[in-house]
Design a protein around this ligand. Structure first.
Ligand code: HEM
Length: 488
């Protein structure tokens, strides 16, 4: 009773606070006419920036999040990076700006694509893409048309059951793989377990996106073509960013990294083309035979769970509620009520975000942090780095506290003001947010719940430097998890 009253009071004071904050912001909002000019936004000059990326430079080999945090310290919460990749980019780390950006993004939110990717689609493999930029690189009405077609398939919960069967099958194979490669004495995984985790992710995505079973977690693990694909995917992650954010020398010089990236993108495109062709043939055959019915960042989270036995115990209790036995079936229905699992996933992604945030090109002039940012400027948001590293936004920022995401819990104040849709952005925001979000959520929920139900997960090594981040995070230490079989 007391706690209900306490929570009600807390709720009311929070609403009053937010109302006051809203009014205060409106009162202090700067009009376009009063705003400081665009040219006054602080930041490095073009020359300083190029020098910083060259050997011996301040940002050479520095992870992107550290570069942004360093600029934040030097220039303040908004700064300008001149002519990076052809156009200026303004980067803001002021949460009040995020709302302005997203509220002004317009009917077709514009996100600048990687120029190297555009080159690949429009020039290098023109015969395949035939003028279509796709969802990730496209913009304007063409993007809008495609997104409208894709949303119901990928994002509507009632369609999720179409890919649930495939994802559960992949997670079964992963449990089997763990049992096969586990050291019988120490119960630990081999040094290269990160490769299996990567295979789990690729197999899951292909099982949904291409309706194809690759066999990466079993018989096809060493298949040469598949290994080539895995390496190509890794190259795209590493080189795509390098070539895009740094001055675009590849446009003028034969850069080996650029050629390597084109080869890797070729590998991925040919692979997808082949499997999409096969999937379409299967669909046609199934349709003819009348068979078209309902057939259908994990590492970081495991690491945190394996270091927090109390959290793992709470999670197990919740999962036992829907999976009484180790081999009980997961269904759309029984997965509905898993708040603690979802809080654990949210907290894992917060602590180890895959990328910095997102980008929007402003369709008209807006005021950000008191400056007039002119139409056509690309504005970057680094909210994910702030949520992962800065105590002022998330108290006890480097502690794994899933409870902070649960309402009415004693720790829920620990996320405080940051729990707004404008600040927690692992999947971006609004109509342009990640189209794969539901698949990722489902993949993680299935994999984690089945792992925790089957094994007690441990990790006997320090995790401080578990990941390295250039642009996207990557494993930095051997992932020697211990998977101890649960007896019931
Ligand atoms: C943990 C994994 C993932 C993360 C953290 C992630 C994050 C993101 C982010 C931040 C964006 C930009 C959103 C914005 O600008 O507001 C995005 C876009 C996108 N993502 Fe993901 N993503 C993930 C996995 C996936 C998967 C598995 C798929 C496909 C099956 C996917 C498909 C897409 C697409 C198509 C877009 C472009 C959407 C558009 O511009 O309309 N993502 N993702």
């Amino acid at each position: 009773m007391l706690s209900t009253q306490w929570n009600a009071n807390k709720q009311i004071s929070r609403q009053v606070y937010q109302l006051c904050r809203g009014l205060a912001q409106k009162a202090t909002a700067v009009s376009l006419e009063e705003a400081k000019p665009y040219a006054d936004i602080p930041g490095p000059s073009k020359l300083q920036l190029i020098r910083a990326f060259l050997p011996g430079g301040r940002y050479k080999n520095l992870p992107v999040h550290e570069m942004f945090l360093d600029m934040n310290r030097q220039y303040g919460s908004i700064f300008r990076m001149p002519s990076v990749a052809g156009t200026d980019m303004v980067l803001t780390m002021n949460p009040q700006d995020y709302e302005v950006i997203f509220r002004n993004e317009g009917q077709y939110p514009y996100r600048r694509s990687f120029e190297v990717m555009d080159y690949f689609k429009r020039v290098h493999r023109r015969e395949v893409f035939d003028g279509y930029d796709g969802l990730t690189s496209g913009n304007g009405p063409a993007w809008g048309k495609m997104r409208t077609a894709v949303n119901p398939i990928l994002l509507q919960p009632r369609n999720a059951k179409l890919y649930m069967t495939n994802l559960v099958q992949v997670s079964d194979e992963f449990l089997e793989r763990i049992r096969t490669i586990r050291d019988p004495v120490t119960q630990e995984m081999p040094d290269d377990f990160a490769v299996d985790i990567r295979h789990l992710v690729i197999e899951s995505i292909c099982s949904v996106a291409l309706n194809t079973h690759l066999g990466l977690l079993g018989e096809q693990r060493n298949n040469k073509d598949i290994q080539k694909l895995v390496l190509a995917l890794q190259d795209v992650v590493e080189l795509g960013f390098q070539l895009d954010i740094m001055p675009a020398f590849w446009k003028y010089l034969p850069m080996p990294n650029f050629k390597k990236l084109m080869r890797s993108l070729d590998t991925i495109t040919d692979f997808c083309y082949f499997h999409i062709g096969n999937a379409l043939k299967r669909i046609e055959e199934d349709a003819k035979a009348g068979k078209l019915n309902e057939k259908g960042l994990e590492n970081s989270l495991w690491e945190n769970l394996s270091k927090s036995p109390d959290k793992q115990a709470r999670l197990l209790e919740e999962i036992r509620g829907i999976l009484p036995n180790k081999d009980s079936l997961l269904t759309m229905e029984n997965m509905r009520n898993l708040p603690y699992l979802r809080a654990c996933i949210k907290e894992g992604i917060r602590m180890y975000p895959i990328g910095p945030g997102t980008l929007r090109r402003m369709p008209h002039d807006v005021v950000l942090s008191g400056y007039r940012v002119v139409a056509g400027t690309d504005v970057g948001i680094a909210a994910n780095y702030q949520m992962a590293n800065m105590e002022q936004f998330v108290p006890k920022v480097r502690e794994f506290i899933p409870e902070r995401w649960l309402r009415d819990e004693s720790n829920s104040h620990l996320v405080g003001e940051t729990a707004t849709p404008f600040m927690y952005l692992p999947f971006g925001f609004g109509p342009r947010s990640c189209a794969g979000k539901r698949i990722v959520d489902m993949m993680l929920e299935i994999a984690i719940s089945r792992l925790v139900r089957n094994f007690e997960i441990g990790f006997d090594y320090p995790i401080e430097n578990a990941f390295k981040a250039k642009f996207f995070v990557q494993p930095n230490i051997p992932f020697k998890f211990k998977f101890i079989e649960r007896s019931d």
